[in-house]
Design a protein around this ligand. Structure first.
Ligand code: KIV
Ligand code: ZN
Length: 388
């Protein structure tokens, strides 16, 4: 188990999350969400990419003015114009960071940047130095780090730290890495970048292979201090590491990780719901932590177990992540124990044979309907009373 240090939660829902196709938010929504992220307890809010549009500039600027507590961060390519826009947008913030990036993988340098390795190092260093003229806290990201030549990556990181970068971010930009491989990359950075102690190591994992959370956790075990993530895991393509997953994994398995975060976990579901409603992107029912089924039990055997002791089939409590309670779904697979619990939660008393009959009626309805609601059960009860 690692030492009990605090992992920095860097939320990029408003920047990388908004890069999800169709996820654009209005300035008003972004400000509301930034206030919610503050309530959630994130350490850093990446509020946007000011150079890309007037709207993004304005949103970062308003958030910098209004949201106090978390550090407010703005993204900038390693270009003077971007850094100037980021600095101007962040001007009203009391606690701020400029995040600048350039790609370090051969494929990106050759086909996208059309730059040599030497040019990339020079531009990265110049960007960090320029950002330092505005703020003390500068994060540098080596875009596509996971597919970069590690020796070149070490060289870039050493140069940007010497130039004043206080955080170095290691993105798995295309979600290509695997947990073991990514952990080894973090470890190799610690072993091969001589001045690494002068900067915090951050990770930023995309979810193309569904491994964003696993890769981020593996990086934490290898010594990463900051995790970049988004609420509901929204982001480019298959998205980013999901904030709720990383936070609850660190909380629930503190025996393995030994780390904590500042997150108020009861705000996870409200944050998730706000992101769903602002972006129009709903989480799938089986989404870990915040999905509608994450704390729902349907099988009779499971329901019986949970009623006897929640620990039988629950490793977290629904209430701790912001749901009102766990749920016992009345369905084809549920049993009399769940029906009895539903009746008692609704203050209805029935004899055992009536409970059994009601369970059977609910099961029959399940052959015609995917999900049974409370109103369905009330309707069956009414019908039964009328028949009696
Ligand atoms: O995925 C990525 O590489 C990024 C960087 C800008 C950090 O979003
Ligand atoms: Zn990203």
């Amino acid at each position: 188990m690692s030492d009990n240090k605090r992992i920095i939660i860097f939320d990029t829902t408003l920047r990388d999350g908004e890069q999800s196709p169709g996820a654009s938010m209005t300035i008003f929504e972004k400000i509301q969400l930034a206030h919610q992220l503050q309530k959630l307890g994130v350490d850093i809010i990446e509020a946007g990419f000011p150079v890309i549009s007037k709207g993004d500039f304005e949103a970062v600027n308003q958030i910098a003015r209004q949201v106090k507590g978390p550090k407010i961060c703005a993204l900038a390519r390693a270009k003077a114009q971007d850094i100037e826009a980021a600095a101007a947008a962040l001007e009203p913030a009391t606690n701020k960071r400029i995040h600048t990036f350039i790609a370090t993988s051969d494929i990106h340098m050759k086909y996208k940047l059309k730059m040599t390795r030497e040019q990339v190092v020079l531009q990265a260093v110049a960007a960090v130095k320029k950002a330092k003229t505005y703020v003390d806290d500068v994060e540098f990201s080596a875009e596509d780090a996971a597919r970069s030549d590690p020796n070149f990556l070490f060289q870039v990181l050493e140069a940007v730290i010497s130039a004043g970068a206080t955080t170095v971010n290691i993105p798995d930009t295309v979600g290509y890495s695997t947990p073991l491989e990514f952990a080894q990359l973090i470890k190799s950075i610690k072993d091969n970048v001589p001045n690494i102690e002068s900067a915090a190591i951050s990770v930023h994992c995309h979810n193309d292979l569904g491994l964003a959370s696993a890769n981020s956790l593996a990086a934490v075990e290898a010594g990463a201090e900051q995790v970049e993530c988004t609420v509901n895991g929204i982001g480019e393509r298959s998205g980013n590491c999901a904030l709720e997953e990383i936070v609850m994994a660190l909380n629930t398995r503190s025996d393995v990780f030994g780390h904590k975060t500042r997150i108020d976990t009861k705000q996870l579901v409200p944050s998730s719901k706000m992101v769903e409603s602002f972006t129009g992107i709903n989480v799938q029912p089986n989404k870990a932590i915040v999905g509608r089924n994450a704390f729902a039990h349907e099988a009779g055997i499971h329901q019986h177990g949970v009623i006897a002791n929640r620990g039988t089939y629950e490793i977290m409590r629904a209430e701790d992540v912001g749901f009102e309670s766990n749920e016992f779904v009345l369905g084809k697979h549920s049993g009399r124990h769940a029906m009895k619990l539903w009746l008692s939660r609704n203050n209805i008393r029935l004899a055992d044979d009536e409970v059994a009959a009601l369970s059977e009626s609910v099961k029959s309805l399940c052959d015609q309907k995917k999900r049974i609601t409370d109103s369905d059960v009330f309707a069956i009860l009414k019908e039964t009373q009328q028949e009696a």
